[in-house]
Design a protein around this ligand. Sequence first.
Ligand SMILES: Cc1cc2nc3c(=O)[nH]c(=O)nc-3n(C[C@H](O)[C@H](O)[C@H](O)COP(=O)(O)OP(=O)(O)OC[C@H]3O[C@@H](n4cnc5c(N)ncnc54)[C@H](O)[C@@H]3O)c2cc1C
Length: 816
Amino acid sequence: MSKSLPKQTRVVIIGGGIVGCSVAYHLTKIGWKDVVLVERKTIASGTTWAAAGLVTQLRQNRQMTNLVKYATELYASLEAETGVATGYVTTGAIAVCQTEARHREWLRLTTMANNFGIDLYEIPLKEAQDMVPGMSLKDLKSAFYIPKDGQTNPEDTAQSMAKGARIGGATIFENIKVTDIDIKNGVICGVKTDQGDIACEYVVNCAGMWGRDIGKMAKISVPLHAAEHMHAVTMPIPGLKKVFPSVRDFDEYTYFKSEHGGLLLGGFEPVAKPWGKKGIPDNFQNTQLQEDWDQFEIFMNCAFKRFPDIENAQIRHLEVVPESFTPDTAFMIGEAPLIKNMFLACGMNSVGIASAAGVGRAVAQWMDQGYTDEDLWPVDVKRYFPWQQNTNYVHDRVVESVGVLYHKHYPNRQKTTARPVILSPVHDRLEKMGACFSQIAGWERADWFAPKGVEAKHVYDWERPNWFEYQKAEHKAIREGVGMYDLTSMGKFIVQGKDAKETLQNLCSNNIDVPLGKVVYTPMLNERGGFELDVTVTQTAKNHYFIITAAGTVIHDLDYMLRKIGPNKHVNITDVTHGYAMLAVMGPKSRDLLSKLTDEDLSNKAFPFATAKEIDIGYARPLALRMSYVGELGWELYVPTNFACRMFDVIVETGKEFDLKLVGMQAVNSLRMETGFRHWESDITPDETPYEAGLEFGVKLNIGDFIGRDVLIAQKKNGLKQKLVMFTLDDPQPMLYTNETVWRNSERVGDITSGAYGFMVGSAVGMAYISKPDKTMIDNEWIMEGRYEIEVEGKKIPAKVHIKSPYDPDNKRLKM
Ligand SMILES: Cc1cc2nc3c(=O)[nH]c(=O)nc-3n(C[C@H](O)[C@H](O)[C@H](O)COP(=O)(O)OP(=O)(O)OC[C@H]3O[C@@H](n4cnc5c(N)ncnc54)[C@H](O)[C@@H]3O)c2cc1C
């Protein structure tokens, strides 16, 4: 602390909680010099000091799990390196299930954990009780055990990483507040503090629940909001062991851990209490909020049941401290969209202690090499949109975000708060016609349609949910007749300028130098050959392109393209997502229906697959793309938003003659699965190449250079270590969703990236990358000669492997 604030450094880390300390530690580990951490008060005095310190490895996806896995190694070994003990102990953890539904969730989670390399298995209840004497088995159906979970002392762990960072050359300044961030031409160039300015090349926002305020300084969206988070500690309870595995009773939202011979109990209540909407007091430091026993009652009730001896124990204290939560209960890390060298690592959703080690390492790597070894899209800040910084939105959503951690994580489960946000122009029409809505990227989308007399409400299940039969009817309408869905939420860009073609061709692996009106499916790859974007590109005029992407990736995609435009290029990219609605009319009768509404010749010859034209529909002039994500003849109609309602009405009216059915996203998903259409984020990610994904038709190596081409050339020459294939189950009953294990000749070879029911093939359908256990090259022969099973809820279900899609493998229906 004797050092004075430098005028210049390479990186300023804002915030000395456990996350900031970890980023500083890991930057120095990889050799960065000139690392400065600035903390407004003292190390760990924000939220870190208050944490229970549970290090729970299994998280909602592989990436987040891997981040915590690393913490169990680092925290156990840090003292030897820094001389500061972390207090880390491997205690193990037990999850108890009160209900059949929860038990089935944990059977699925066991499969998922084992896929992720986490040891997790069911144990007899008696064994759980032997490990945790004093725990009541009353009402319990089952228990699951994770032997390698641990507990750490949060403040000591932060201090230990801070010490490690100092040893590595970082400088840590306490009692200095960052007041502003300097950005010039979209690039970080410094910070202002209450004790002087520091010029720098990088800023990392590790400010926990202050992260939103720091975001405002940089004019970036940091959607998080604090909620009161609490735990109580009892005096010693006779009969309890000094150290025992932590116990989580998800059905009653409560966790327990040993604490000096007593219990520490806290949890994740389904209706949380937002805190700090109007700002965080300047003097906040190791601050505790007012005790709220009413809010804590839900956990006490669980405690009376699970640890009855607590009845006679004295409560030492109830600690209430705010922690930040995000709209999707996953934290945000990575480089902010459109601002070079502005990094974030905040919004930790009460897993910041467990995740800090991995987050710090990942952010340091991201800053150093421009990407992380494992793609981190589920926690990438670029999944958020500017509108999500709306304070009312994050405030209203945080009420729900806390409890999500202990929800039953049913497939397709929807959040219910802070809705609706974005409505398609035809929303009211869809609602009147029975739509049950789901939400993505703020958009309300019809998920499925309830027939007359049926309530449009999701009832979730591990097997067939309540909408299964309605989805089937919608699915079949598109396969056998005609259906229409509203996908106004699709991301849309216009790319134009005299260098537009050249710029796009450098990004696209497919040839986009094609005649006007030709629609090209193309990946845009990163330097490692992995998918960054998965889009269609249509040249509508010379050097004027219309690009369609997914609803949830607009900010990521825009950021990626803009960063790749070379200097002095004459090219503009405009996000026109909200300017155009999209109605898709799909199915073998779509041509007949639309021909009644337009004089345009829609025959295969005049309007072939993968072409686009502006056509008349009623009085509107949509751009009609003959493309399909559902594997059928059909047209996607893109029309300026204000024309959408009338266009919808005329299609519905004329559609009566053809039994036109409105179709929701559930059916769109099952249709795309059955015909093998990949979904960016689950089936294709920045970690997989088009060859591995079986999308070689999106690659033309002979068009000259494009990003990722060298990797593809090498892969073509050397072969593949993994390949995406499809599976259908021999048993028509079980459902596939994601993360089910693929067994080949009794060896684990992959896991399902996405699944749905294939109504035409009569069983669940799943996609998976499979690879040999020894990671040597694979080929179709090896794939086809295997005997496959897919593990669902602990049972191995025989399955058939398909190199192409199980339904219409040659995509003939698209080209009818
Ligand atoms: C009751 C409770 C129990 C918990 N239990 C667990 C658990 O068992 N396991 C687990 O993994 N997690 C747990 N957590 C969550 C965990 O504590 C947090 O996720 C974690 O501490 C967040 O760390 P952080 O570094 O992001 O934030 P913080 O620790 O809040 O650090 C942010 C720092 O930024 C500083 N700062 C802000 N603005 C500025 C500025 N302008 N200039 C300079 N500095 C600034 C602040 O002073 C603060 O010190 C718990 C939290 C609570 C409240």
